[in-house]
Design a protein around this ligand. Structure first.
Ligand SMILES: *Cc1c(COP(=O)(O)O)cnc(C)c1O
Length: 409
């Protein structure tokens, strides 16, 4: 028996919604900036601002006291410039065929992880009669991106030549930590300091040394140097993956993922529910249908893992398989109606699961959960001084039409 008629949502109450409190992002940045001062804050707004919207997140972070922004590639950086954001922006992971000319026109700073990238940056600067501002990235032990220590001297020697030719200016030296333990941090720190010292011996004068992301910035003052690159923390999600709550970390989660109940039905004891009938009712009960599935970023792995949502002021379990578009919640005998609000995750102070708690049911971390919310979920923005704007739908990649993404736009 269907107990109500599904409504599809209104602009005021969208059917599926990620509500982003940009005021929380500004507050988190202010809290962290005070903690790390005098180090500067570079706010990381890659991957669409960790799913929160890169433009909204960037503006909120700058309002909260960040002095720089960081993204992964130059296309993400240029999307911020196109939105009128003028703060320094660093992009650090590049397509081997990238043309840096538009990025240099847009005054994007480049993280450099190889001699080939350095040459490409210099060639682009030469073409426009300008200078590429670069941050040389040394691999101190993450063994991922970055210049391997055995190639550092050769890259420095070339950087000195290009600096003398005014094609390159080495603004920074940086690296990234593996986040394993204090000993591994210390080992990476030693490699980092040697690399900085070697750069200075060649006569380069990097203004900013940066090593720490959120976790090290919060817990290891000796790794803050001149600048910290803060990602997950500015969104209010603790970086530690050890059960530390946002409140304990002094942070407030910015994103609430919610939807409206699409259907409610009373089901008899012993009935199979959702695909494969992986779950059966033990007693007569009421099931609420939630219009979010794995296409919307709800991991299928939470099926049968004890996951809960907040509905009608109480936690209720998710039952049966998560499908592409929907899942079911067993509300027992609670009075739930079509159109009621269901919160999947948000600020745990409201009783909702935190992003980390929800992620743990799927064997993952809050970072992955928030960055994978799909395009059917509407982002709406609360708070903040400067009316936040949503990113254009899924627009972090290179433009298809070369005419659309010209220099400096
Ligand atoms: C993503 C990223 C960060 C931010 O890390 P958080 O743990 O989210 O603070 C910092 N630096 C680099 C190089 C990154 O790729």
């Amino acid at each position: 028996m269907i107990l109500g008629t599904p409504r599809t949502g209104t602009p005021e109450r969208p059917f599926r919604e990620a509500v982003v409190d940009v005021g929380a992002i500004s507050e988190n940045v202010a809290t962290l900036a005070a903690l790390v001062a005098p180090a500067e804050v570079l706010a990381v707004v890659k991957a669409g601002g960790y799913g929160h919207g890169s433009i909204a997140a960037a503006r909120a972070a700058l309002a909260g006291g960040a002095s720089r922004l960081g993204v992964v590639d130059v296309h993400e950086a240029m999307a911020l410039r196109a939105a009128g954001i003028q703060a320094p922006i660093l992009a650090w992971l590049h397509d081997p065929d990238v043309d840096f000319v538009p990025a240099l026109h847009a005054e994007i700073e480049l993280g450099i992880s190889s001699l080939a990238q350095l040459e490409r940056a210099a060639a682009a600067a030469d073409r426009i009669g300008g200078t590429a501002r670069v941050h040389l990235k040394i691999d101190t032990g993450l063994s991922r991106n970055g210049i391997p220590p055995e190639e550092w001297a050769a890259v420095l020697a070339r950087a000195v030549e290009l600096d003398e030719d005014r094609l390159v200016r080495v603004v920074g030296v940086f690296s990234h930590l593996a986040n394993t333990d204090a000993d591994s941090d210390a080992a990476q720190q030693a490699v980092f300091e040697a690399a900085v010292a070697e750069a200075r011996e060649t006569g380069l004068e990097p203004e900013v040394r940066h090593l720490a992301a959120t976790a090290a910035a919060m817990r290891r003052p000796e790794l803050r140097y001149d600048l910290v690159r803060l990602g997950i923390g500015i969104y209010g999600i603790p970086p530690f993956c050890d059960g530390t709550t946002s409140a304990e970390a002094g942070l407030r989660p910015a994103m609430t993922l919610r939807a409206r109940v699409a259907a409610v039905r009373r089901i008899a004891a012993g009935t199979g529910v959702s695909y494969d009938h992986a779950w059966r009712t033990e007693r007569d009960t009421t099931l609420a249908l939630v219009p979010l599935g794995y296409a919307d970023g709800i991991p299928r792995a939470v099926s049968g893992a004890g996951a809960e949502v907040l509905l009608g002021g109480r936690r209720h379990p998710i039952v049966g398989r998560i499908a592409m578009d929907q899942f079911l919640v067993d509300v027992g005998d609670a009075a739930v109606e079509v159109g009621d609000e269901v919160v999947l995750f948000g600020d745990p102070a409201t009783g909702a699961p935190s992003a980390d708690e929800f992620a743990a049911w799927a064997g993952t971390i809050g970072y992955e959960l928030v960055t994978r919310i799909g395009p059917r979920v509407r982002r709406t923005y609360l708070g903040g001084a400067e009316g936040a704007v949503a990113d254009a739908p899924v627009q972090w990649g290179p433009p298809r039409d070369p005419a659309v993404g010209g220099s400096g736009r």
